[in-house]
Ligand binder design. Sequence first.
Ligand SMILES: *Cc1c(COP(=O)(O)O)cnc(C)c1O
Length: 414
Amino acid sequence: MAEMNFISFSRPSIGEEEIAETVDTLRSGWLTTGPKTGRFEADFGTYVRSPHALAVNSCTAALHLALAALGIGRGDEVITTPLTFCATVNTILHTGATPVLADIGPDGNIDPASIEARITPRTKAIIPVHMGGLPCDMNRIWDIAARFGLRVIEDAAHAVGTIYDGNPIGMATAEPRRGSDAVAFSFYATKNLTTAEGGMVTTPDAELFGRMKCLCLHGISRDAWNRYTAKGNWYYEVNENGFKYNLSDLQSSIGIHQLRKQEEFIETRRRYAEIYSSLLANMDEVELPPTAPAGSRHAWHLYSLRLNLGHLKVDRAAFIELLRERKIGASVHFIPIPLHPFFRRFANLPQNHCPVALNVYPRLVSLPLYPAMSEDEVEYVGRSVRSLLEQYRLSRSSAPRATNGLYRVVSKAS
Ligand SMILES: *Cc1c(COP(=O)(O)O)cnc(C)c1O
């Protein structure tokens, strides 16, 4: 094999189609939210089967818009997971509501039983996060929401292309107990679909969609493109204390073509995940990420290992450093919310106690996984991880048996 360049943790797949569309927009005379964004919204709505899709400038904006448009604020509690990016919790705090952390289950997603245990008379909403693209147990979450009269906003930052129980994440359904109020996607540079920065929020509810659309642009009654195209119509009204969350046509130009490649991207991610899982199978030193249950599809945004530290002579930080020396960029998803100084003031309260998430954190290592990797690179990473685990394993006699009931324990065929 030729000398490997450094394999970065993430790299976008931008093709000539994205470049040509962006150039077309630059030459068109209309750069901000307009016809390209309209097309991107329509295409995305078709992809996830939702009649209402609103393009925004980040998933953070999408989460904040949904919370604000649902009227969640001071005095309310919103339950989410400790194993997420800070955006999920920051947006709850932005509304004035109080975040409440439910612990994670064995698969790394929020544990529905823990959600139920954290419900109080002040609870207004649940924000599940589909970690790494593995869908949460939404049927149980929707059932809890229906029983307690709660809103559900999905943080689907990792879940463009995830299928849950036969339906795409983000799909609108009128069936009771089978749908969320809003679903927030991220198009950040490292995510499955990127527009450099960007996001989308889908909802089955026309009225909620209208509120989000209005709040998205300063609470103004009509957007700039609509005023531009309605000739001579310079008049607008500010009806609410809105935000500035719209997505530009420049970014939507990238998104239109990224979306057309999503199915192919997901298939490549799935194939690469399978290569990792076969190269790392049957090792006591590591637990592999779970695959999606029947009827669902993992979007493989992340391939997150759990080291069995009791079997290794090195800790996670040393392991990541060893990977770096082999020109492999690894990462950690996520540093749990309670460990960040800013969140400690609420996260250390007893109702936010999350021992499962805190115990799993020192074991987490995400490997690079994206369609811009070559198969050679994937195999190089998988083989390097395997040889490091072998090189730094504790001798068998001194190692305790690896099993804490978490994740998928791939045991040796005996
Ligand atoms: C990336 C991410 C976000 C935020 O997405 P932005 O588009 O960068 O705002 C939110 N939640 C999770 C779980 C994420 O990974």
